[in-house]
Write a protein that binds this ligand. Structure first.
Ligand code: ATP
Length: 364
């Protein structure tokens, strides 16, 4: 069992708080992704788990053992870095076997593990080459093979694909996911690429300014963000936001935004009614609006400003009542610049956000 428990971990560099009071439990064999913009503290948290940078306070356990102050070598972890960190003067075979040799694993077992890791990564033909004569993708495979050969209980990966070109990155993403599903390790994977995070993680922890904003399964983080930041950071395009004015009626509320009156679903009515001010923010994803050629009940008229054909969909930028929205449509739907379109916002797809705290009021 290699459950990782992080309890109230803090880390500062001078005045800068890099990790603020983070608590999270990563289950045995789980694949957890730490996702967030540059400087949000992902690497600092990963290094605290690795023992490469001690936490200032808090506690970290791996498999029930308190490792907070243990050096990296005693934590039974292996790591893959963005820079690969492989030795140029050693062959691929020596690189993959390096950690095993340091851990005094016997020669026969080292040979067996090096061969098996090289086969998994499809680099068995490169075993006698030196990394200086290899492509970036091949070097990355060596770094992953070296980490897997250790058969560590925890695998820590810091942006392992970010030095690869786009196509190779896509290939390696799927390959790593397949490989890691068969490995017994608990994995923590750092990236700032939200597509990578959503496609690979069992859960995604979205970080900002040293704190975890939300940690959930990829579809939950996408569909039910806990706050405005998560809605805007996850998804391409980001979630649309409309500023609305609350009108309290006899038994509920109506929200005016983008020249339209919205009726929130019954579960949300009392939550909006309880807000102190008269403002509320609506969040809706590009693919969750219905576009209609003619006006209908509950539609909003918008003007098409930009059409971006993306193959499987057209991404429209439309203008309505001081707001610009991104709307996805199927390429078979005819659309022209400056055309008037009619958009329906399905009530169940709208996320309601308190502008004072940026928190989503209700998660279906
Ligand atoms: P990136 O995606 O750019 O690697 P990150 O989310 O991994 O970013 P960290 O590297 O953990 O972020 O850094 C968090 C904050 O701590 C940043 O403001 C960074 O400048 C600061 N920081 C990190 N390491 C150090 C250090 N050794 N000395 C001083 N400040 C540091």
């Amino acid at each position: 069992m290699a459950e990782i428990r992080i309890e109230r971990v803090n880390k500062r560099f001078g005045d800068k708080v890099a990790v603020r009071d983070i608590s999270i439990t990563i289950s045995d064999r789980e694949f957890l992704v730490l996702l967030g913009p540059s400087g949000c503290g992902k690497t600092t948290l990963l290094r605290a788990i690795a023992g490469l940078g001690m936490a200032d306070s808090g506690r970290i356990t791996i498999g029930g053992q308190d490792v907070t102050y243990l050096p990296p070598g005693q934590r039974q972890i292996s790591m893959v870095f963005q820079s690969y960190a492989i030795f140029p003067h050693m062959t691929v075979r020596e690189n993959i076997g390096f950690g095993l040799q340091m851990n005094k694993v016997d020669k026969a077992e080292t040979k067996r593990r090096v061969t098996s890791a090289a086969e998994l990564l499809h680099i068995e033909d490169l075993l006698d080459r030196r990394p200086s004569a290899m492509s970036g993708g091949q070097r990355q495979r060596v770094a992953v093979a070296r980490a897997l050969a250790m058969k560590a209980r925890v695998l820590l990966m810091d942006e392992p694909l970010s030095n690869l070109d786009a196509l190779l990155r896509l290939e390696m993403r799927a390959e790593l996911k397949r490989l890691l599903a068969d490995v017994d390790a608990t994995t923590v994977y750092v990236t700032h690429d939200q597509i990578e995070a959503l496609s690979m993680g069992d859960r995604v922890a979205v970080m900002r300014d040293g704190e975890i904003q939300q940690c959930d399964a990829p579809n939950v983080v996408y569909e039910s963000p806990s706050n405005r930041f998560v809605g805007s950071f996850i998804g391409n395009p980001p979630m649309n936001f409309l500023e609305g004015t609350i009108r309290r009626t006899g038994d509920g509320v109506v929200v005016a935004a983008a020249q339209h009156d919205f009726s929130p679903v019954p579960e949300v009515q009392p939550l909006i009614r309880a807000l102190s001010g008269d403002r509320v923010t609506l969040g809706i994803r590009a693919e969750n609006m219905e576009t209609l050629p003619e006006p209908g009940p509950d539609t909003v008229a918008v003007r098409v400003e930009v059409i971006e054909p993306l193959g499987a969909q057209n991404l429209l930028t439309v203008y309505v009542g001081g707001h610009r929205l991104k709307v996805s449509t199927h390429p078979s739907v005819p659309v022209t610049i400056d055309q008037e379109l009619h958009i329906r916002f399905p009530a169940a797809q709208i996320r309601w956000i308190d502008p004072a705290t940026d928190k989503v009021l209700y998660t279906p």
